[in-house]
Design a protein around this ligand. Structure first.
Ligand code: YH5
Length: 292
């Protein structure tokens, strides 16, 4: 019998993220204007409670962002972003066993967040801000590079691609190459097609339909589909009623080999992704499925 491939364990500032099987990233918003939680977790005590609940439900990493990427959202000054995220990261560092990822584009926030214990940099600007690549290289934590067309203010105005899958794949491999050139080891890079960031419904569906092409680039692929407008647009559902279709999309991503599923509804997503993985791996010696 063939032995399974070696475990892909990422060192996230002393905590581990095991990417030998698909994992769930729980979203913790600490912005007062976030899309779907309405700033409910601005209080660090509440944020910690919510993060602990998500870990109990099976989240392997918790994502914290202090700046909204909502179209038209006001830019947040560094000091305000730090005020939002640092108390939460500090509190979580000692209370949860899983890594915290910091969703930011600002090198100053990356530095302070990692000093406070954050273990992964999740940058929807793919480290394109001045000094961001060098900072991430210096900090030595894994990075997630996301694709976005345009900027949040205008990205949904008229997104256009000749071939969305080719263009997103090309952008991500170029950003990965820039990171490697700056000294970030390839084993510390994750890539993300950026669902909803400068894409029409059709673009988003194409990217998910062909996610295996991104997976075949060799970097772990992270996807964020949970509660997003593409679900609202396909099914005409408000943000509060997007759980089941969001699970369907998470399964389609995991089925094609996505490594990390970023979501708000951790318990449901973990169950779905584990079930999906049981089917994917049946017979290979790593399966969770019971023996016949
Ligand atoms: C992502 O895909 N997304 S913030 C609109 C919604 C609901 C949720 C209208 N940060 C991603 O979650 N980081 C965000 O309903 C992300 N990948 C990575 N790596 C947007 C969001 C959301 C937007």
């Amino acid at each position: 019998m063939n032995s399974p491939p070696p475990n892909k364990i990422l060192d996230c500032n002393g905590k581990t993220l095991d990417l030998s099987r698909p994992q769930v990233m729980g979203v913790l918003n600490v912005t007062p204007d976030s899309f779907s939680d309405g700033g409910a977790f601005l209080d660090p005590g509440k944020a910690v409670e919510q993060a602990q609940r998500m870990v109990g439900e099976g989240a392997a990493i918790i994502d914290i962002g202090g700046e909204s990427t909502r179209p038209g959202a006001q830019p947040v000054p560094v000091a305000e972003e730090l005020r939002r995220v640092l108390p939460v990261i500090e509190a979580l560092q000692s209370t949860i066993p899983v890594p915290v990822s910091i969703d930011t584009r600002k090198p100053e926030v990356m530095r302070a967040a990692v000093a406070a214990g954050a273990g992964l940099i999740n940058d929807v600007y793919a480290l394109q801000a001045q000094g961001a690549v060098a900072t991430a290289a210096d900090l030595g934590v894994p990075v997630c590079l996301m694709h976005m067309q345009g900027l949040p203010e205008t990205m949904q105005d008229n997104p256009g691609y000749t071939d969305v899958v080719d263009e997103v794949a090309g952008f991500l491999s170029a950003r990965a190459a820039a990171c490697i050139a700056a000294g970030i080891p390839s084993g510390r890079i994750l890539i993300d097609p950026g669902f909803g960031f400068g894409k029409t419904v059709e673009h988003n569906l194409q990217l998910l339909r062909h996610l295996d092409r991104l997976v075949s680039q060799g970097y772990p692929v992270l996807v964020g589909l949970s509660r997003k407008s593409l679900i609202g647009k396909v099914l005409d559902l408000p943000v509060d009623n997007r759980l089941y279709p969001g699970i369907a999309l998470a399964v389609l991503a995991a089925w094609q080999g996505a490594a990390v599923i970023r979501c708000h509804d951790v318990r449901e997503t973990v169950e779905a992704v584990r079930m999906c993985q049981a089917v994917r791996t049946v017979g290979d010696g790593t399966s969770l499925a019971p023996d016949p």
